[in-house]
Structure formats: structure tokens, C-alpha cells
Design a binder for this molecule. Sequence first.
Ligand SMILES: [Zn+2]
Length: 241
Amino acid sequence: MERWLRLVNLIPSLDLSVYGEAEGYPLIVVRSEDHDPKMPSVYLSAGIHGDEPAAVEGLVRWAEASLEKFKAWNWMIFPCLNPWGLERNIRFDAEKRDLNRFYDSRKVPQIVAQRALMKGRRFDTAATLHEDYDARGFYLYEVAAKRPHWGESLCGELTSVIAPDPRPKIDGHSARKGLIRRRITPDLMKGHPEAFLLHFQHAARTFTLETPSEDSLDRRVQAQERFLVTMVKKLKLEMVF
Ligand SMILES: [Zn+2]
């Protein structure tokens, strides 16, 4: 929280606000104050699962190093969606819910509040940052309506930090060099994750990055950061200013 506040103080076009609370922890969003339709629009989030610290640290570290350069873009950043869990290294929230299964319901007040902030917004790209204890390397989900796909080149950049998960099937899905490209439909599962909502309503490209929890924290943070650097670079190249 302190680091994000410091950063927002340095970049006047950004605003940090508290949109809710969970077990006494403030839930924060960092956004661009004005929306400029000529500029790229990006959604980022981390920490919905409290036992995935490299995602939260990687996001703030990337922001500290890079956000200033892209201050004219339109940002919506959720630095940590489950601070109670993060402090305790617990995946779930205090009510033992996997928060990432409630994006199609109105049962969890903090997700209802988060969705209200997203209402009507379109993003050129969105990323939700995660970690996985079962992973044997990094892996990346790509769901994108837009072509060409970015998954292969994003994974290629990450390989110099952490090797991709070599399994041909990850979490029940076919994977190739750590890339899972899923076709998803609204009726696929009850209890939508954040990435489904983003894909169906808000984003032309949605990525979910998973770094392997058993690798070193430093390398996992580096991988999260490298992913964000590369994704922003791809978007910059794609947009015509
Ligand atoms: Zn997760």
C-alpha cells in the first residue's frame, strides 16, 4: 500500500482509491484519472489468491520501474485483491472462499464493488497474475478474440527467466511449451474466474500467468515483471499513435 501510494504521488495522472474492505483491509484500485480513448487501455490484477506472493510483488515492482513511462495510457490496476490472504499465505478469503470463482455472482461484496468499477470499460489487454504449487515451470493462459495471438512470443520472452512447464496437459488443458489457449463459453463452468468476465465483457486479449510456487521467490517475481514488460511492449507496437 505504501509503495503504491508513493508511486501514485509521483505520477499525478494516476489515482489510488479504496473501493471496499475485507476483514479490515482496504481494497485498492489504481486508475488513470482521465480516460483518453486514443491511448491504450490496460487492466492488471494480482493477489486474488493469498498464497501467490510473487504476483503481487512482481506487479508493484513492474509499476515502480515502468509505469511512469506509460502514464498517458489508461490503467485499471488491482494491486492485491485478497490482502487478508496475502498476509496469512492462504489461498482463500476469511470465509474460506476461492474469490476467483465468483465473477458471475453477486454473493461477494468486494467482487460486486470491483465489477462496478469495471462496468462499461473496454481494455485492449488484461492480465491476471497468479502462481501455482503444482506447476513445473511457468505457464500462461491466453484467451483472445484478437489476432495475431501473443502467447507464443510472451512465453518465449519468459523462458530466459524460468523454463516453461513441460507437461502436455496442465490442469486438464492441452498445453504447448507452457502456453494454454482455451476456447471458453459462458456455460463452461459455474463460478466464473476473473479472466472469464474480462474475456466476455471487457478485454480484447486476456492473459493469466502462473509462476511455479516452488521456484525461488526472486525468479518468480522477475518472471512476473518480465511478463508485464513484454505485454506492454507488444501493445505499444500494436497501437498506432
Ligand atoms: Zn491463483
